[in-house]
Design a protein around this ligand. Structure first.
Ligand SMILES: [Zn+2]
Length: 348
């Protein structure tokens, strides 16, 4: 299935082409056009001559590493691609995506027996001091398989948990890509006034960069980012700090300066009328996702941000609920169907 194919395709930031190929193969039969650009974004469209122009973005890049150094003994040192949590690295399984294919490795760790009392208290969490062991006996042997600059991800496996919960590395934000392109697929069979562009953006994790370049070329009137948002329904979340958001209770609609009031009004009305469950995600500043870049593209874009509730963000065991994806697709499809050629989002 589409989501599983996305999750099993590597897309560390800056190395997104294998996942973009999956998106392209999936959407080509349904889209009027499918284009890629020199930055790596993939843009698919239905009803290109429609009005207004709607862009739905999900970022396809995932956190990862890149090979920086290989020691004389054949151990591999890496630099981070994006905001990886060093706390979850030691003892993890990784795949190095070399030119010859996947090379499996593990992040090593000093055995607990050999750690001093001080080390047990605060064993270094500096990535520069961590190493990947691929089983090589020497630098020469390691270099037969791995090159400096090769991208690395956590092992790309998908775990199906109870209910409709799914756990995998990179749910942030392959769930967003899934929602954007499923929405486009659903709309490809409908009569639409608006033009809809689903965009699989690159390099979000290092500064919303693919959203910047693609929003410029798509030139939308309305733009959505679909991205994961923190759920507050687990022991790791700070109840007072976070909005009340639970897995499986519907997509979280951002309210605040990064969301256009008229766009949100339509979303809330549709949720009520079509009985689509939703949650509220109040954010007082500019968002840390693609909606931020889209809103201030060119002379400004009416923006909405649809959050998919997510546990354990930026670890290799993130969790989302499948029903939240389905409801996000329903909501975005209904939004596009509700637009008229003269729909206007200018405030005042
Ligand atoms: Zn994200």
């Amino acid at each position: 299935m589409f989501l599983e194919s996305l999750l099993k395709s590597p897309s560390p930031t800056g190395f997104e082409s294998s996942v973009q190929k999956v998106v392209k193969d999936y959407i080509t039969p349904y889209a009027h056009s499918v284009e890629t650009d020199s930055h790596g974004n993939l843009i698919a469209c239905v009803n290109p001559s429609g009005k207004p122009r709607v862009m739905i973005a999900g970022h396809c890049d995932q956190l990862g590493f890149m090979v920086k150094k290989i020691s004389k003994e054949g151990y591999i040192y890496v630099t981070a691609l994006g905001g990886i949590d060093p706390g979850v690295i030691p003892g993890s399984l990784v795949w190095i995506h070399s030119k010859k294919g996947v090379v499996k490795g593990v992040f090593g760790r000093k055995p607990i027996h050999l750690q001093s009392a001080e080390e047990r208290q605060k064993m270094s969490l500096e990535l520069s001091k961590m190493w990947i062991d691929i089983g090589a006996r020497s630098e020469k042997e390691a270099r037969n398989y791995v090159e400096i600059g090769d991208p690395v991800t956590f092992e790309l496996t998908v775990q199906y948990l109870l209910n409709d919960f799914v756990s995998a590395p990179g749910l942030d934000d392959k769930v967003g890509v899934f929602v954007a392109f499923e929405t486009l697929r659903v709309l490809s069979k409908q009569k639409l006034s608006c033009a809809v562009y689903a965009v699989s953006t690159v390099q979000e994790e290092i500064g919303l960069r693919g959203a910047k370049t693609s929003a410029y070329s798509v030139n939308p009137d309305v733009g959505f980012a679909v991205d994961v948002t923190f759920s507050s329904d687990n022991p790791g979340s700070d109840e007072q700090k976070l909005a009340d958001i639970k897995l499986g209770q519907g997509p979280a609609i951002v309210v605040g300066p990064n969301a256009n009031l008229k766009v949100n009004e339509i979303l809330f009305q549709l949720c009520k009328r079509k009985r689509i469950p939703y949650q509220l995600d109040p954010v007082g500043g500019a968002l840390g996702n693609d909606a931020n870049a889209i809103q201030v593209s060119k002379s400004g874009v009416a923006t909405g941000s649809i959050g998919i509730p997510n546990r354990y963000m930026h670890t290799q065991v993130e969790i989302c609920a499948f029903s939240d994806l389905e409801n996000a697709v329903r909501l975005l499809a209904e939004f596009c169907l509700s637009l008229k050629p003269n729909s206007n989002f200018t405030l005042l």
